[in-house]
Design a protein around this ligand. Structure first.
Ligand code: NAP
Length: 320
């Protein structure tokens, strides 16, 4: 009997074929819709490997339902959708896809920052609606990025890649982590700040920390009140790091100038979400790592990790 792999989304043939040559591969039929919970619980029961995406909650119930599971390979660097303690207690290995998506996500972060600061989406959509009647002195005027101060919360792989891009825009780079990055400080002049100081001093606050119990609601009413009235908040990490109700209030009352969001507390975001009614919010459907090469690269990491574990080797990018 060949080991069984269950994949929770329809994935391109090129990343699935190497698994099909070795194992019995079962795959959920849809590329865009999550596998229903009851199907997931049924499929995982006799699976040796589970290939998950961030929309799947791989919690204790899933690990309890799995009788033979050896590995969960998650198609993301973030793994807040997986109960790693439950995995560990069942002896299941968990892997993710760090590194390969770093530059692509940093590019998107910077694109979102520029788009929000310079009102690109609003201007483009008004032009398409036929509302470009003449050149105007103050329409679509935004905030300067060049020479401004960027404060990065979560100066890891992606945070550093964003900081290097910011240097190309002559920006002053502040950062906040739980630990200092002395080499980067020395090499590039990045300045470490306590969170409150970073919020007070930055023109652009960019969130790139993982979503953990510690970072849940890290940016709430108090933190938004510390930010400049002219500042822009960019969140490409995970929605739950920002208190969305507090953010709505801060944007509506011009406590901060704008926000750019690639992620939301609940995804996909409800099109009637209050934040989407505000003109000073730029929204994207969680596309940080969405380039063709990067997504294929991420999927290849998942496939290799599954092959390694099922063939008895230590996988790369093991979390537990
Ligand atoms: P990483 O290299 O692990 O960097 C995360 C950084 O956050 C670390 O430097 C860490 O430093 C810091 N951090 C952790 N806990 C913190 C806390 N409580 N307060 C402040 N800083 C904290 O991860 P990465 O590869 O850069 O990815 C970062 C996150 O981006 C992922 O977890 C994921 O959720 C998100 N992401 C989103 C997309 C997207 O499509 N939107 C794509 C890729 C990644 P310390 O340990 O020193 O605190």
């Amino acid at each position: 009997m060949k080991p069984v792999v269950f994949i929770t989304r329809k994935l391109p043939d090129e990343v699935v074929v190497p698994l099909q040559e070795k194992f019995t591969v079962r795959m959920w039929k849809s590329e865009s819709e999550s596998v229903p919970r009851d199907v997931l619980l049924k499929e995982v029961a006799d699976a040796d490997a589970l290939w998950s995406v961030i929309a799947d909650q791989i919690d204790k119930e899933v690990f309890d339902a799995a009788k033979k599971l050896k590995v969960v390979s998650n198609l993301a660097v973030g793994f807040n959708n997986i109960d790693t303690e439950a995995a560990q207690s069942k002896g299941v290995i968990v892997t993710n896809t760090p590194g390969v998506l770093t530059n692509t996500t940093a590019d998107l972060t910077f694109a979102l920052l520029l788009a929000t600061a310079r009102k690109l989406i609003e201007a483009e959509s008004e032009l398409r609606k036929g509302n470009w009647k003449s050149w105007t002195p103050m329409d679509y005027t935004g905030m300067d990025v060049g020479g401004a101060t960027i404060g990065i919360i979560g100066m890891g792989r992606i945070g550093e890649a964003v900081a290097r891009r910011a240097m190309g825009f002559d920006m002053k780079v502040l950062y906040h982590n739980r630990s200092r990055k002395l080499e980067a400080e020395k090499a590039y002049g990045f300045e470490y700040k306590e969170l409150d100081d970073l919020l007070i001093q930055s023109d652009f606050v960019v969130i790139l920390a993982p979503f953990t119990p510690e970072t849940k609601g890290l940016i709430g009413q108090r933190e938004l009140e510390l930010m400049k009235e002219t500042s822009v908040l960019i969140n490409v990490a995970r929605g739950g790091i920002v208190d969305e109700e507090a953010l709505y209030f801060a944007l509506k009352n011009n406590q901060i100038w704008a926000a750019g969001l690639d992620v939301f507390e609940v995804e996909p975001v409800d099109p009637n979400h209050p934040l989407l009614t505000l003109p000073n919010v730029t929204v994207l459907p969680h596309i940080g790592s969405a380039s063709i090469d990067t997504r294929i690269g991420m999927m290849n990491l998942n496939a290799y990790a599954i092959i390694d574990v099922l063939e008895g080797r230590e996988p790369e990018n093991r979390l537990v």
